[in-house]
Design a protein around this ligand. Sequence first.
Ligand code: ADP
Length: 482
Amino acid sequence: MNARSLHVRLAAWHAGWLCAVFAGAGALVFFGLRHYLENQAALLQTQRAERVAMVVRRVGTAEPRRLAEELNTRFAPEVTARFLRLTARDGEVVYRSGPPLDQSFDPDAIPAASGPAGSRRIWIGNEIELVLATIEIDVHGRSYWVETGESMAPAFVELRGLLVSIGAGFAVVAVVAVVGGILLVRRALGPVEDITRSADRITSRNLSERLPVPPTGDEFEHLSRTLNGMIARLDEAFLHNRRFLADASHELRTPLTVLRGELENLAQEPRVAPEFRERLGSTLEEVQRLADIVQGLLDLARLDAGEALVKRSRLDLARLVASTVDQMMLLAEDKGVRVACRSSGPVWVDGDRSRLKQIVVNLLDNAIKYTPRGGNVELQTGLRGNRAFLDVADTGIGIPPDALPNVFDRFYRVDKARGRDHGGAGLGLAIVKSISTAHGGNVEARSDGRAGSCFCVELPSCPAQNESVDSEREPLVPDSPR
Ligand code: ADP
């Protein structure tokens, strides 16, 4: 999972915020409740101190024993776990309650009364918090402090329970926030994934396709429509370019054919002096080269426009390769290169016969061209999994490793001088690639730079069939630049 993806970041933000809000709300409830309980306890103790004061005023302090009995009977501080103390201003303790029955605090540990009147919280040791209320009274002209108090421990037990519940709730909220966040973000970003997947599929070959437009009325719909508008403009520009290339090549073909015819006629003319005839011959060669380039460009323009695969049929690639090799054997013999063809059996593919033949012709022509006299060229067809393959390997001059990624580019020649000597313009392999891609296949070149090269074409295969559709022989290179 990519930690920087929008999915992860949005889900993390969502979960983070939810957890933070829940933790904040939990803390607010906890501390608010604690504050409220402490205030309530202080209020209660102040009211109790008032009631104790009334009893003290009524009974008086002259008989401390009687006063103690009265206070114990009325308020029973030990039983109710409360603290009660009556202290004269001069420090004499007139009455003090004993330790509570539940041992929740030790009355001896409570500091002596020191005013002023009001309520306060004191800690006994580290854990027992006591709320104390103090009021000042006058009995027969003498001032006293009346103190009442109680431990907050029972309230804190409740608070601790609340804290545990908040903690458990937090864990549940965290899980729900993470899972909910992931689901929410996945749902919200679903259209983006659809748009990305479709945009990935769109290349210069299928610019007529469009991105899906989610009918959500939100930014994604707007984005999709905007991108579709851009693709439409690109499509138009590409179409314009292709049409221009196809028209220009088409228009150039006729004058070039006329020019070649005229030059050939002129070369036959007996009145032409031998030295001019030689120059006419080399001019004819250049015109032929030009015609090949124009034809190559026309082929590429048609392939780009998807026009080249109009005649699709099921055919045996192995047979097509064998017959093409037969037709080109003379060329190989002239050059003194041995050509061998191997196949393990029929290899059925669905494609345009003349275009697939063009692949074989271009690759074999290159192999013969770039293999010195006495070398070998081997063509092999077969099946790799459910893919048909054609490997054309030679023992020729090879291709330097840094040139390998570029050999399929248009007008690319490894060594300009080398290509020109052999009459190539650098379009043959570009055409091979375009045809392979148009058939849903691919082609790659391998070479270690010295001992020959190997061109491997892979195409989708189709199930074998009995009927032979590959029996007719076709012209060597239909519409071929070679
Ligand atoms: P060209 O018409 O110049 O041969 P291609 O497109 O067919 O153009 O080939 C591009 C370049 O790749 C060639 O210029 C050549 O240098 C190199 N190349 C192609 N096939 C081979 C091969 N079988 N052996 C060595 N080099 C090759």
